[in-house]
Design a protein around this ligand. Structure first.
Ligand code: NCD
Length: 390
């Protein structure tokens, strides 16, 4: 894809790009997970909690649906998607945003040779936000610059090639923070069994600092691990363990490793899942991205990267199991009954955080939080662990 009009901006180091993606201290576009500061995530997660709670009854659901009735979203997903697409649809419906989608460019004018950049420029004439997924890295980024030059509407990156998936990182962080938040008189975490587990693990602290995270599978080709690891690395005393075949392209890239180390994380590499299970505070499984296999690529025995029920028994009693999904055989169905299997909750969380993100982009999060306070009488304080660590 020809992104040449934006090449010089794309080639800048990330810290020089971030000012182009914000406006008055707020997100204007979401392209990179690195845009998600702890403070911004705290706000988004509080909004996600409020959307979750307000959605639970008819009055709350109606309040939310009236907030953004005047807004329209384009969901431009030319690469396959189930959860990201549908949770954005559900998020739009929750906030009353009407939406249209293109999922197959063959039935749009791109079939007649229209440049995808022109397509996005056209969408911006009809819609108020564009959420996009494409196999071309940097396309979403180029579209954000195009909007800055021409039309002032937000671009949300729903997955850009092997590059970034910032909204997945956002829902993963939400899930992780909630998993390491324990019940207190001021929050309503449902995970009461953690309370009991903590008695057996007195050193277990709230929040992300000081934890060991294990990522397992196709580390080199998956964008979810990349976007999430960058966010985790910014927390103090975090260890990141990557388990992947010792094969170029599948193992952790040197570029990502350097970036994580520079951010302050301790990074370890392993070639067998058995090396990390007993000590991990959380295990993030990933699928093998077979669609990117080269015909002459090496044969890999992926059974060393499966989390079977027998292996799960060796994990810490409190350690959540996450997976961005879709899964193949890396987590057999029998593991789903394990109370640590958090991946369905994780996918559901995607809907709340994406609604929170849309609310932020359109500036209505304060109204949601005020309504929540009026109805529920208090704010949840799930982020105390993170705030205390800063
Ligand atoms: C992932 C993706 O598309 O990057 N899925 C998702 O968005 N939840 C993971 C994958 O394709 O393996």
């Amino acid at each position: 894809m020809d992104l040449s009009p934006y090449e010089s901006r794309i080639e800048r180091p990330i810290r020089r790009k971030i000012p182009d993606l914000v406006s008055n201290g707020r997100l204007k576009h979401l392209i990179f997970s690195e845009q998600l500061s702890a403070e911004l995530m705290g706000e988004l997660f509080a909004t996600a909690d409020a959307v979750h709670d307000l959605s639970s009854d008819e009055d709350g659901a109606r309040f939310l649906q009236d907030l953004l009735r005047h807004k329209k979203a384009m969901l431009y997903f030319t690469q396959t998607s189930t959860r990201t697409f549908l949770s954005f649809v559900a998020a739009c419906q929750t906030l009353g945003i009407s939406y249209a989608d293109i999922r197959d460019p063959k039935i749009s004018s791109e079939y007649k040779g229209e440049s995808p950049l022109d397509s996005v420029r056209m969408f911006s004439s009809y819609f108020d936000v564009i959420v996009m997924r494409d196999r071309t890295p940097r396309f979403a980024e180029a579209c954000a610059y195009m909007m800055n030059d021409d039309r002032d509407i937000p671009i949300v990156n729903g997955g850009s090639g092997a590059d970034e998936h910032p909204t997945q990182a956002l829902l993963d962080m939400y899930t992780i923070e909630r998993a390491f938040t324990f019940r207190s008189p001021t929050d309503s975490s449902k995970r009461t069994w953690y309370e009991e587990l903590r008695q057996d693990h007195p050193t277990l602290r709230r929040g992300i600092p000081g934890k060991r995270f294990a990522f397992v599978g196709d580390i080199g080709r998956g964008r979810t691990v990349r976007s999430l690891a960058i966010l985790l690395a910014h927390h103090p005393d975090v260890q990141l363990h990557f388990v992947a075949p010792d094969v170029d392209g599948l193992r952790l890239s040197t570029e990502l490793k350097d970036r994580l180390t520079r951010a302050g994380a301790e990074v370890f590499e392993h070639t067998r899942i058995d090396d990390v299970l007993a000590d991990a505070d959380l295990v993030y499984m990933t699928r093998v991205q077979h669609e990117h296999d080269a015909a002459d690529g090496p044969e890999v025995d992926w059974s060393d990267f499966q989390l079977t029920a027998e292996r799960a028994r060796r994990m810490r009693a409190y350690a959540p199991i996450l997976h961005p999904f879709p899964r193949n055989t890396e987590i057999p169905f029998e593991v789903d009954a394990d109370p640590r299997a958090t991946y369905f909750e994780q996918a559901r969380n995607g809907m709340w955080v994406r609604a929170a993100l849309l609310a932020h982009l359109f500036g209505v999060e304060r109204r949601i939080l005020d309504q929540h306070r009026a109805v529920f009488g208090q704010y949840h304080d799930y982020n105390e662990g993170v705030l205390r660590a800063r």
